[in-house]
Design a protein around this ligand. Sequence first.
Ligand SMILES: C[S@@+](CC[C@H](N)C(=O)[O-])C[C@H]1O[C@@H](n2cnc3c(N)ncnc32)[C@H](O)[C@@H]1O
Length: 300
Amino acid sequence: MQPPSSVHAPVLPAEVMSFLAVRPGMRVVDGTLGGGGHTRLLADAVGPDGLVIAIDRDPVAIDRGARELAGLPVRFAQANYCDLPEVLDALSIHAVDGVLLDVGLSSDQLADHDRGFSFDADGPLDLRFDPTEGEPAWRIVNRMKPESLADIIYEFGEERHSRRIARKIAAVREKQPIHSAREFARLVVSAIPRQHPPSRIHPATRTFQALRIAVNQELKSLRIAVERIPERLVPGGRLAVISFHSLEDRIVKQAFQNRQVWECLTRSPVEAGPEEVAANPRSRSAKLRIASRTMGFSAA
Ligand SMILES: C[S@@+](CC[C@H](N)C(=O)[O-])C[C@H]1O[C@@H](n2cnc3c(N)ncnc32)[C@H](O)[C@@H]1O
């Protein structure tokens, strides 16, 4: 069955395009194809003489992109963006003029009830971007020691009730293994004190985010990617990273402080303005940082 059309709105589109300074004929990588919004903008900017290499771990995003962006100068690769050098090798491309990473989860993944990303999904609590790789979240919550679960929920979700949630998981799974996303979201809600006034976000948001980051080893991928990308950028080539989590933003900020490799073009991160936030609430927590590869850097 064909995946439904994308419902994902790209964040900070004008800012990304202006900072990446993409011109006709350039070769650029979109390391996070998602719903294809940024890829389409990049493809229009590079034109028929240029190329966009669109990567995503999610095979559904790749299928959809190949269908919806047919006819544009785009090549697709189902891969982890930290394997960008291998993706370029397979296309016999040594270096590119720019790379975009818009990390995390897409609205399409959130809307797909079989993937477990949304709180009201009857489907299994899977949370993997690539469902053929690694361990689904439901298996982790059923097997991991409560102390380790609490650490993940605290570290990646910044959830102050992490220990209560982990204790509740341990108590519930003793009776019956946890399986669906909806069941898990209810469990989390029942474990934490009710907030007054109620929070803007669903009480299980931080816990889902933490498990998703752990299951997909998202911080590790980002750390490896920012380390490896300079080798495959032309001198002066630019890397733009949009992150949604303080731990991700810290990785990018610290990497860009290495002056031998990067000239940072954004002293503080670029954020969405009120109009974009009103139209696309996801953009509220987006932080964009851009740097260009220094002329002097040479890969080891
Ligand atoms: C926020 S969405 C990207 C949205 C996209 N920029 C657009 O305009 O529609 C993030 C996408 O990155 C993918 N992703 C996350 N981590 C990845 C990784 N390490 N390697 C490749 N793709 C990844 C997810 O599967 C998801 O489709």
